[in-house]
Design a protein around this ligand. Structure first.
Ligand code: F6P
Length: 344
């Protein structure tokens, strides 16, 4: 600890601003708590910036202490509130934000959020304010990291909802079309689809053929002995309402459509999200305290790593199409397997 405190002196960081921005995600509070408590252990003060980048522009802040972040570990949402700010992406908006940092004596910012938050953090770092980003979004669509805080909780919420839908779909021998969030990415839909045993999953990363990927999947599933069907549609792949209507037009069954919507963003964070958020919040403050500025905290192969933000923002990750193949295999394996019926 003594070395760390010495390094803190070297880095010159005495006061950190922490904010949450973009769509809220379960576990953001756990990350705020970890930032504040790690900072407190190093005698670094924490200023909570309310309403994301918008709050930094308008000097909307609250001082945070060890005590003020008590009891938030288990809470969904974000105690700091959140917003999306177009103004911050303009140089004039950021000038005001830089002035707020000077006025409040903020030496560095920890920004918790998704891709948009990271873009803002990159620009702020170029304007001379040291930053560290912590990835948090239910979409898991931040390219530099395998995992974003909130994804696990959102998956569990969606799977719980689909399990409930399945009970009634099975009883009525119906077809269900469920739309899940994810913005332009299919991580949430594919993961949920695998975990919930979906008949088919439509994701934006895989250009789907309605006849082959929807109608034939329902028919094949029927041939395999099923009388209820569960289609999961990522919001970025299309509208569940449209898909439901097209199914009815094509084969005459009347699907029930459910758009899970913002329910996926709420709820107490899972153990995985609390644990990851705590480790990421700790790592973010340690990076600043030890003089490693303009970083993002990420996970790679299960480990927490730090990456320079400039490099991180050029990285690309891809939906693992193997997962898509596995999902298809779970539904069609018995029909395609030549050993079918052989007892093997
Ligand atoms: O990025 C998180 C997310 O929930 C996306 O999945 C969704 O597309 C979007 O935010 C919804 O945004 P809003 O809360 O502005 O409706």
């Amino acid at each position: 600890m003594e070395n760390i405190v010495n390094n803190t002196m070297k880095s010159g960081i005495k006061r950190i601003g922490v904010l949450t921005s973009g769509g809220d995600a379960p576990g953001m509070n756990a990350a705020v708590r970890a930032v504040v408590r790690t900072a407190a252990s190093l005698d670094i003060q924490c200023v909570g910036i309310r309403r994301g980048w918008h709050g930094l522009i308008n000097a909307d802040f609250t001082m945070l202490t060890r005590e003020s972040v008590s009891h938030i570990l288990t809470q969904g949402g974000t105690m700091l509130y959140t917003a999306r700010s177009a103004e911050f992406m303009q140089p004039e908006g950021r000038q005001k934000a830089v002035a707020t940092c000077r006025m409040l004596g903020i030496d560095a910012i920890v920004a918790i959020g998704g891709d948009g938050t990271f873009k803002g953090a990159l620009e702020l770092s170029r304007d001379g304010v040291p930053v560290v980003g912590i990835p948090a979004t239910i979409d898991n669509d931040v390219d530099c990291t395998n995992y974003t805080i909130g994804f696990d909780t959102a998956c569990n919420t969606a799977v719980d909802c689909i399990d409930r839908l399945r009970d009634t779909m099975r009883s009525h021998e119906r077809c269900s079309v469920v739309e899940v969030m994810g913005r332009n990415a299919g991580y949430l839909a594919l993961y949920v689809g695998l975990a919930a045993g979906a008949t088919s999953v439509l994701v934006p990363e895989h250009k789907y053929d309605f006849q082959k990927d929807v109608i034939e999947r329902i028919q094949e599933s029927g041939l395999a002995g099923n009388s209820h069907f569960m289609l999961v549609v990522a919001e970025g792949a299309g509208s569940a309402v449209d898909i439901g209507r097209r199914i009815e037009e094509a084969i005459g069954i009347e699907p029930r459509v459910t758009v899970l919507g913002h329910i996926q963003r709420g709820g107490s964070p899972s153990a995985r999200d609390r644990e990851t958020a705590t480790r990421m919040g700790y790592s973010a403050v340690m990076a600043l305290a030890e003089g490693r500025f303009n970083r993002v905290i990420a996970t790679q192969e299960g480990q927490i790593v730090e990456l320079p933000i400039e490099e991180a923002m050029t990285m690309k990750k891809h939906l693992q199409m193997k997962r898509y193949h596995i999902m298809e295999t779970m539904q069609l394996g018995s029909l395609k397997n030549p050993m079918r019926g052989s007892g093997m």
